[in-house]
Design a protein around this ligand. Structure first.
Ligand code: NAD
Ligand code: DAU
Length: 351
């Protein structure tokens, strides 16, 4: 094998698309998926590629230093693409400690393992940390986040991700660890866990349940199709400069209410419902505590320096996403069983 790469969180939403892209595009790389399989980790995301000879799964918790050391000793990776995280803002509000453990302690555990395993032999090595635009805080009506925007995280989730970003950079400056970082906007697409706005709404519309919109639905997010994020990660992993950060975004801003109205129109067509049927399910509920108003990414650096750009228009991406959920009912039914029901009741009550 030409290279061995550890992908953490490869059973999750974005991680599974990154694993699939790397396993199929680089048959000469060994891809080791390291995942604890929390409620968000799902090996069903990878059943189409998990028999390929260059794919290996290791069940491990990134906060468990002994387990992570033994994965590094066993596979001796050339690269790490670190996606494992607690990723849902609402869960970070009700249970911050899980976020501190996985996102901060877990990241330091991986950094330590990489430093120990690689020693002074850093030729061809790379630790790639995947982060979020939420570290930059919240924008007003104007402006964009660039790579030099000051950090201003405002939820336990974004504060834990900001902390992990700082620790990765600190390892680069203090110990010379070869790193790259990226901060991406909101992803959407197949395999997205239905606690997040788009897949939750698809599932609820399908089942004629209320669509819970926080506050007045005026908050703005910049949406990017998940495969375009995976392609950006591939580009940065291979061509990004050591020590650099790249912002990734869709240049595709939507207020939540406009996005959900578009989704309702698409779902009405796909489900052969009378136009306007799904919109009647929209229900305004109590706002998220500390709800960031607007995120918008300036990805000029990545586009100009490394030649990446998003490939899909939003309407096309959303249409493909709805098709995927409607033709993968078993996947959806499996993930909304069990823990999801308790989570939903606690978060939304009878809404
Ligand atoms: P996800 O919640 O769908 O998946 C997270 C994965 O990490 C799961 O497979 C889970 O089992 C695994 N995991 C969690 N804790 C672990 C631990 N202690 N040890 C090992 N594995 C563990 O997340 P996602 O939406 O795919 O996000 C992946 C990464 O991308 C995260 O770092 C997130 O901060 C970042 N990100 C996400 C988005 C987005 O819109 N979803 C945008 C920008 C950046
Ligand atoms: O910006 C990148 C981030 O995007 C990632 O780092 C996070 O991991 C990812 O979860 C996502 O965070 P958001 O909080 O923006 O995503 P979420 O889908 O939870 O919410 C999108 C918007 O929709 C946000 O303004 C809150 C609102 N919302 C969300 C839910 C779940 C609702 O109005 N109702 C809901 O039920």
């Amino acid at each position: 094998m030409e290279k061995t790469i550890i992908v953490t969180g490869g059973a999750g939403f974005i991680g599974s698309h990154v694993v699939r892209l790397f396993v199929t595009k680089y048959p000469n790389y060994k891809i080791v998926n390291v995942d604890k399989l929390t409620y968000a980790g799902n090996l069903e995301n990878l059943t189409d590629i998990d028999k390929l000879p260059n794919y290996i799964f290791e069940k491990a918790d990134i906060t468990d230093a002994a387990a992570i050391k033994s994965v590094f000793d066993k596979h001796r990776p050339d690269g790490v693409i670190h996606l494992a995280a607690e990723s849902h803002v609402d869960r970070s509000i009700s249970n911050p400690m899980e976020f501190i453990m996985t996102n901060i302690v877990g990241t330091v555990t991986l950094l330590n393992a990489a430093r120990t395993n690689w020693g002074n032999d850093l030729e061809g090595k790379r630790f790639y940390h995947v982060s979020t635009d939420e570290v930059y805080g919240s924008l007003g009506a104007e402006g964009f986040f660039t790579e030099t925007t000051a950090y201003d995280p405002r939820s336990p989730y974004s504060a834990s991700k900001a902390s992990s970003d700082h620790l990765v950079r600190a390892c680069h400056h203090t110990f010379g660890l070869p790193v790259t970082l990226s901060n991406c906007s909101n992803n959407y697409g197949p395999n997205h866990f239905p606690e997040k706005l788009i897949p939750l709404s698809i599932n609820n519309i399908k089942n004629n349940k209320p669509i819970p919109i926080y506050g007045k639905g005026e908050n703005v997010r910049d949406w990017l199709y998940v495969l375009d994020h995976a392609r950006a990660i591939d580009t940065i992993f291979h061509n990004g400069k050591n020590g650099e950060t790249y912002n990734i975004g869709g240049n595709n801003e939507w207020t939540n209410i406009d996005l959900i109205r578009l989704l309702c129109r698409i779902m009405d067509k796909k489900l052969h419902r009378e136009s306007g049927t799904s919109e009647k399910l929209i229900t305004f509920v109590k706002d998220r505590a500390g709800h960031d108003l607007r995120y918008a990414i300036d990805s000029t650096k990545l586009q100009h320096e490394l030649g990446w750009k998003p490939s899909l228009q939003f309407e096309e991406g959303l249409d493909k996403t709805v098709d995927w959920y409607l033709s993968n009912e078993k996947w959806l039914d499996n993930v909304v069983n069990g823990e999801y029901q308790q989570y939903y009741q606690k978060q939304y009550g009878n809404n």
